[in-house]
Design a protein around this ligand. Structure first.
Ligand code: AMP
Ligand code: ZN
Ligand code: FE
Ligand code: FE
Length: 272
């Protein structure tokens, strides 16, 4: 019997992943994961399909989402776990995020169009699912239309932070996002702390009321995780882990490349 492993960070076609929730669950079973959380950007739309399918296939599933927040000018991703699937607070929050993204994406498209790169909202649909649309979709459309050679180049030249067609749009603070997750009965976890670009923002948010930190990430070596493990232990936070799987668009982040054991999985599942 293989040990219990649960991947707590992956994206489906309801945000910027290329696998449907069912395909993620099938793949998880193939690689012998026993637990999973699907953490789409700013939405829990995957769960309607994922919950019955996970049940029928016998894999443990806990609710999750990855919310976008901002500290000063720095983008911070916050993982939420273990809230009730039918939480009105989370549903409402997701709706506001969708509206925020719609407005922001339109402004980005206008800027691109002014520079001669003609992308319409219809070009941003990469799957038949209706879910979160963000800059990765815009980058993909720019590549498909031949305006850039790669997704990376789209960010580097046009839509990355500080680039000519970047638009921040409406922002949510880190503290208000943590508070909302707590009010919804969930746990708030700092996602991929190594990606937080500004050390000052990192220092500030490490003082906030988080419940956990994503100490194990993707294919990172034990040395690379060590800093976050130490910080998490010092704060008595839950140490979480996940692959940040996105399917084919990010082949260097395979499902199951980071995971948590059964004890950690159940701590996230039962808060109340
Ligand atoms: P959004 O939430 O719409 O602002 O898009 C943010 C997402 O874009 C992140 O979650 C990353 O997956 C992706 N992203 C951000 N910066 C880059 C970059 N330089 N190259 C490739 N992808 C990026
Ligand atoms: Zn993503
Ligand atoms: Fe993220
Ligand atoms: Fe992610």
């Amino acid at each position: 019997m293989n040990p219990f492993k649960a991947d707590l960070h992956c994206h489906s076609t309801y945000s910027d992943g290329t696998f449907t929730p069912k395909q993620i669950i099938d793949l998880a079973l193939e690689i012998d994961l026993k637990g999973l959380s699907i953490t789409d950007h700013d939405t829990i739309a995957a769960y309607e399909e994922a919950i019955p399918y996970a049940k029928s296939r016998g894999i443990a599933l806990i609710t999750g989402a990855e919310f976008s927040a901002v500290q000063n000018e720095t983008n911070i991703h916050i993982l939420a776990y273990g809230f009730p699937f039918d939480s009105e607070l989370i549903k409402e929050f997701s709706k506001i995020h969708a509206k925020r993204r719609l407005d922001r994406n339109r402004t980005i498209l206008n800027k691109l169009n002014e520079k001669g790169m003609i992308i319409t909202e219809d070009d941003l649909v990469i799957s038949e699912k209706s879910g979160t649309i963000g800059r990765p979709h815009i980058a993909y459309a720019l590549m498909k239309k031949g305006y850039v050679e790669s997704i990376q180049q789209a960010f580097r030249l046009h839509i990355g932070e500080g680039k000519p067609c970047y638009v921040a749009g409406l922002k949510f603070g880190v503290e208000e996002t943590i508070q909302l997750i707590h009010e919804a009965g969930g746990l708030a976890v700092i996602a991929h702390p190594h990606l937080i670009s500004d050390p000052k923002a990192l220092k500030t948010i490490l003082e906030f009321d988080f419940d956990g930190i994503e100490a194990y990430y993707g294919r990172f070596s034990p040395q690379k995780n060590q800093r976050w493990i130490e910080i998490g232990n010092q704060k008595q936070w839950i140490l979480t882990g996940g692959s940040d799987f996105h399917g084919e668009i990010k082949p260097n982040l395979p499902l199951g490349s980071s995971w948590v054991n059964e004890e950690t999985f159940h701590r996230l599942e039962h808060r109340l």
